[in-house]
Write a protein that binds this ligand. Structure first.
Ligand code: GUN
Length: 293
């Protein structure tokens, strides 16, 4: 078994981005790429994601700003914030951290974002372009997964990929990306969800198994073919007496047992998570260079 070390690959890509920022922006007298994040409320996971994104931005020389609002913000006010960020020429791209409070329709907010600044790749225009294989912003976690496979030399063409989970953020877009006529891509993709019958039997036929269902330790060795590649997108905080914080992170895959059967596996933490953050940086660089039009 070999680890797919997302942290290592993400660090390599961050060095490449930092060099790009210096050579193509700062040395030429241009402003550094600038990304903004909108954070509503105090959801602990969202706060962790946003501060990880800010830290990564500073590491590569981007400017990052965070717009924080209380969870009782109105839909109208949040739409005004989006309009303001759309119009601000100094901001190259921005994200609205999800989930939003229940009284706000997330889709309506996403649809207000200028697709050319939608570095999360969630706007229907970007999703449509992704399906058609046109230049666009790809959603960060799926982009992180295909970049990790690519950089680790894992072939996807002709492989059977099984995706567990059909969320708009991970399962659906990664299944589209891997079935596209592209490299990485050209895979035969099966997507499983809450209505699928006998998920263990389907998962056990995968050459590459991508698990994004949000169920702690769901994938056990019986669900994994010998020498399969396993990508674990799950992140769960579990209590632990061994860490200072009192918890540790675990995934949707029973890592200790599954890692003995597969050829490659992503750890949690240090697998998909760092790749997601670095993908957002790559999208912001593209936005600042006006590579998506
Ligand atoms: N919530 C969980 N993942 C994401 C993400 O990639 N982007 C945003 N905006 N919210 C999220």
């Amino acid at each position: 078994m070999k680890l797919l070390d997302g942290k290592l690959v993400a660090d390599q890509i961050k060095s490449e981005i930092a060099r790009d920022v210096k050579e193509n922006f700062l040395d030429k007298g241009f402003d550094a790429p600038h990304i903004a994040a909108v954070l509503v409320g105090e959801d602990p996971a969202s706060m962790t994601y946003v501060s990880a994104k800010e830290k990564a931005c500073h590491e590569v020389g981007f400017v990052s700003s965070v717009y924080r609002y209380p969870s009782n913000i109105t839909r109208e006010k949040l739409l005004e914030v989006v309009d303001f960020l759309n119009a601000d020429d100094e901001i190259h791209g921005f994200i609205v951290q999800l989930p939003l409070p229940g009284h706000i329709d997330e889709q309506k907010i996403i649809e207000r974002i200028d697709p050319l600044k939608d570095v999360d790749g969630f706007h229907p225009v970007n999703i449509g372009k992704m399906v058609l294989n046109l230049p666009c912003f790809l959603p960060a976690t799926p982009l992180g997964i295909i970049t990790l496979l690519d950089r680790c030399g894992i072939e996807t063409a002709g492989k059977h990929v099984v995706v567990l989970g059909r969320s708009h953020i991970v399962g659906t877009p990664v299944s589209i990306l891997l079935s596209r006529k592209a490299d990485p891509g050209n895979a035969t993709v099966t997507i499983c969800h809450s209505f699928s019958k006998d998920i263990p039997a389907i998962a056990a036929r995968a050459d590459i198994l991508i698990v994004a269902m949000g169920k702690l330790g769901f994938v056990t060795p019986e669900m994994v073919k010998q020498d399969a590649v396993v990508i674990d997108v799950g992140v769960h905080r579990v209590p632990s007496t061994e860490t200072k914080s009192g918890f540790r992170l675990k995934g949707d895959v029973d890592f200790d047992r599954v890692s003995r059967k597969c050829s490659y596996i992503t750890p949690v933490p240090g697998g998909v998570g760092p790749m997601t953050i670095v993908s957002l940086l790559q999208n912001t660089l593209k936005a600042a260079k006006k590579e998506v039009i």
